[in-house]
Design a protein around this ligand. Structure first.
Ligand code: NAD
Length: 524
């Protein structure tokens, strides 16, 4: 089918609905999927390079953060030779993959979306076990993955259509978007399916080939996603599956002269390092590497004295503690005007202390574990620091048991510019700061190096108007939580040290993986 026909036949994009787990049938389906997935723990997975299985005999083990003794998957780990080979073979494969018609590539993505839809519970179960997401959080991760397949599938077709140009007398002129080449994709673990898939799909659907280095905390879900793409008809040599340590394998992939671009989501530190590596021209390199870097945040919710305080407490709680605060969009700062400061804290304490923490596969828990031991240790250090810099309102401890469970923690009276107010913690820790008034709150909110998400709670339209122009974040929300961006509705990505200003789930996103070529022919 031609580009336009496929676009028309697939229909308008709509978001994949979330699963209603209050429905007993859905609950039973999720329990069955969890049991099925658990029976597949401890499987060993190969690398896939040039369409071939590769085994190195050096292992990387992915464990369940709710029960660290459980091994979710065992992965052969890439070494530097394999990393170099992966880029070389991806480069060879690019010569033919780039010529595959856009319609064919998009149809593979649409078939993969259908496969994920059919096996949604199973995919959610992998996410829940591998990275400690509760049922609704895991379900949202898979729904977003389906959205990316559907959305970028359509956007790729849209840009493959004839593009408008001013006509030139005596000439036939046109413009086509062509792919870039080999993309190295380096995703984080926190949206182990959605973010990984978003980066991979946008690159591959537009005709690039990929070397995927998944996060060492979530290689299994990446592998399972590739299985869906392969089943949907993606040739196995288009994406090289190359797990390994970021510092060595990641560096080698980024530095390779045949790497044309890097798609990364992760911390500011790793992102800046990649930017630096990618900007060094290597012998034999004939292009300037492009980087798409989505990085951290220190996201604030402003609670004004004209706010609905109950709604603000709910929004702050969900934004700060959903998925244990391990979202780049999570609220880690509540900035509250002094008139309502004390009453906000009283209500917040009551609400946060209702949160249940425990294994992510148990649907009674709102919070699961943090991702790993190192992360837990770092978060506890921040909490200790916060106890000195501010006043512990609630939480502050690790919970008993083997899993990496932390109490939801609120530290009040944190001063602007202090460590807890400036640095991304990436865990269930909320710093609360008092502001003199709304303008002061806005000033504090803007005073970090990040600019990812933010929210404002107030009933005053003038204040909202002011925030709309002055609150400098990529995703700004009014009278609602600052997490939960939806593909197509809330194109997502931040300013300043939060990244390269790209917008995932937005119309222009696929353009980051393409370049324009103009052809003009003299006609008589
Ligand atoms: P991370 O930076 O530790 O790791 C991200 C990826 O980079 C991993 O695959 C890792 O192996 C790799 N890596 C690490 N060092 C590398 C190097 N030197 N060279 C190449 N690759 C390297 O981040 P994380 O802990 O996986 O994820 C959490 C971070 O991601 C947080 O800072 C969060 O805010 C951010 N994040 C941002 C967004 C966004 O859209 N802006 C979305 C999700 C997460």
């Amino acid at each position: 089918m031609a580009t336009t026909e496929v676009l028309v036949s697939r229909g308008e994009f709509t978001n994949e609905p979330f699963t209603d787990f209050s429905n007993p049938q859905n609950r039973a389906a999720m329990q069955a999927a969890l049991a099925k997935v658990k029976s597949q723990f401890n499987t060993t997975y190969p690398l896939w390079i040039g369409g071939q299985k590769v085994e190195t005999g050096e292992w990387l083990k992915s464990t369940n953060p709710s029960k660290p003794d459980e091994v979710v998957g065992i992965f052969h780990k890439a070494n530097l030779d394999i990393a170099n080979r992966a880029v070389e073979l991806a480069h060879q494969r690019f010569q033919t993959w780039q010529r595959v018609p856009a319609a064919e590539r998009s149809e593979i993505m649409f078939r993969a979306a259908d496969i994920l839809r059919k096996r949604k519970f199973e995919y959610s179960a992998w996410v829940s076990y591998e990275v400690g997401k509760t049922w609704p959080e895991a379900d949202a991760d898979i729904a977003e993955t389906i959205d990316f397949l559907e959305f970028y599938g359509r956007e790729s077709l849209r840009v493959a259509q004839p593009q408008p140009l001013n006509p030139m007398k005596g000439e036939k002129n046109y413009l086509v978007y062509i792919p870039l080449g080999v993309g190295v994709v380096i995703p984080p673990w926190n949206f182990p399916c959605a973010i990984m898939a978003g980066l991979v799909v946008a690159a591959v659907v537009t005709g690039n080939t990929v070397v995927l280095k998944p996060s060492s905390d979530s290689p299994t879900i990446a592998y399972k996603f590739l299985e869906a793409l392969w089943e949907a008809g993606l040739p196995k040599d288009v994406i090289q599956f190359c797990p390994g340590p970021g510092a060595t394998v990641g560096d080698t992939l980024v530095a390779h002269p045949k790497t044309r671009f890097v798609g990364f989501t992760g911390s500011k530190e790793a992102g800046l390092h990649i930017q630096e590596q990618a900007s060094k021209t290597q012998p034999g390199q004939i292009w300037i590497k492009r980087t798409v870097l989505e990085m951290g945040g220190k996201d604030a919710i402003i609670v004004d004295d004209e706010a609905d305080l109950d709604a603000a407490v709910e929004g702050v709680t969900l934004s700060a503690f959903g998925y244990q605060g391990q979202k780049c969009s999570a609220c880690s700062r509540a900035i509250v005007t002094e008139k309502v400061y004390n009453s906000f804290l009283d209500k917040l304490k009551v609400r946060v202390e209702k949160i249940k923490v425990g294994p992510a596969d148990d649907p009674n828990n709102f919070m699961g574990p943090v991702i790993n031991k190192g992360s837990m240790t770092d978060i506890l250090k921040y909490i200790e620091h916060g106890k000195k810099d501010g006043r512990l309102l609630t939480g502050g401890n690790r919970l008993p048991g083997d899993g990496y469970f932390l109490e939801p923690t609120v530290i009040a009276d944190i001063a602007p510019k202090s460590k807890l107010e400036q640095e991304e913690i990436f865990g269930p820790v909320l710093a609360v700061t008092k502001a003199r008034d709304f303008d002061h709150a806005l000033e504090i909110a803007n005073d970090t190096e990040f600019g990812l998400t933010g929210a404002v709670y107030t009933k005053n339209p003038k204040k909202l108007e002011k925030a709309a122009t002055e609150f400098h974040v990529g995703n700004l929300y009014f009278n609602r939580k600052c997490t939960g961006a939806m593909v197509g509705a809330h194109p997502f990505g931040g300013f300043n040290m939060s990244g390269t200003d790209s917008k995932t789930g937005g119309k222009e996103y696929v353009m980051l993986f393409l370049q324009a070529k103009t052809v003009a022919e003299k006609v008589s």
